[in-house]
Design a protein around this ligand. Structure first.
Ligand code: CO
Length: 215
């Protein structure tokens, strides 16, 4: 057996161990899990292998509806993220949406460089736009490390506003509470930093981004 297939088999073996552990604690665990979900959180995080939502928050299956992509972006023309947001808000009725970035994000670092990376250029362009919007602040920081860390934070904040600027979230606000939060995970310590950018009403937005959603 080659090394790579051993690694692959290990994943399936771990799944078997997990099933045994769960059913050992609670024989009806999977019967209950399969009945449906009612998570209170939508998580929009980075696809990075080190920042799994359930792992870093110790949430259980059924607690978080998760969408992850490179650099945790909310792009209005991306059918994938927009469909996730619509389903989470309109069907699952989540109360909290968390955008969670992380320091050392490869997507953010790549966006700060001039390398031509092919297709992914188009995705990273969204981060370059965030840089441009805050160029005065970022260009004046003393070094690349601080610029990168600050851009990670600013990118999260921009995605929080991108969510608030959807008609999906604004329609929901007419009827109930939806809180959008911005967090950054620091894998050097394991801790999550709350950026305290809670956005939960249309007054937080420039009028040009407010839809007439009155019913
Ligand atoms: Co990342």
């Amino acid at each position: 057996m080659s090394v790579s297939s051993e690694i692959y088999q290990k994943m399936l073996a771990q799944n078997e161990q997990w099933v045994a552990a769960r059913t050992g604690q609670d024989a009806k665990y999977f019967a209950r899990l399969s009945k449906g979900q009612s998570p209170q959180f939508l998580w929009i995080g980075c696809a990075d292998s080190r920042v799994g939502a359930e792992e870093i928050t110790q949430a259980q299956p059924g607690e978080i509806f998760v969408h992850r992509n490179i650099a945790n972006l909310v792009v209005h023309t991306d059918l994938n993220v927009m469909s996730v947001v619509q389903y989470a808000v309109e069907v699952l009725h989540v109360q909290h949406i968390i955008v969670c970035g992380h320091y050392g994000c490869g997507g953010v670092l790549a966006a700060m460089q001039q390398d031509d990376l092919g297709l992914v250029n188009k995705w990273l362009r969204n981060i370059k736009e965030v840089y441009l919007k805050h160029a005065e602040l970022l260009d004046n920081l003393p070094d690349e490390q601080e610029r990168a860390d600050r851009l990670v934070e600013l990118n999260v904040i921009e995605q929080v506003y991108n969510l608030a600027e959807t008609s999906i979230v604004q329609r929901a606000w007419q009827r109930r509470e939806v809180n959008i939060h911005g967090w950054v995970f620091d894998m050097r310590t394991g801790r999550i930093k709350d950026l305290n950018v809670l956005v939960n009403d249309p007054e937080s937005l420039h009028p040009v981004f407010r839809f007439k959603t009155g019913e």
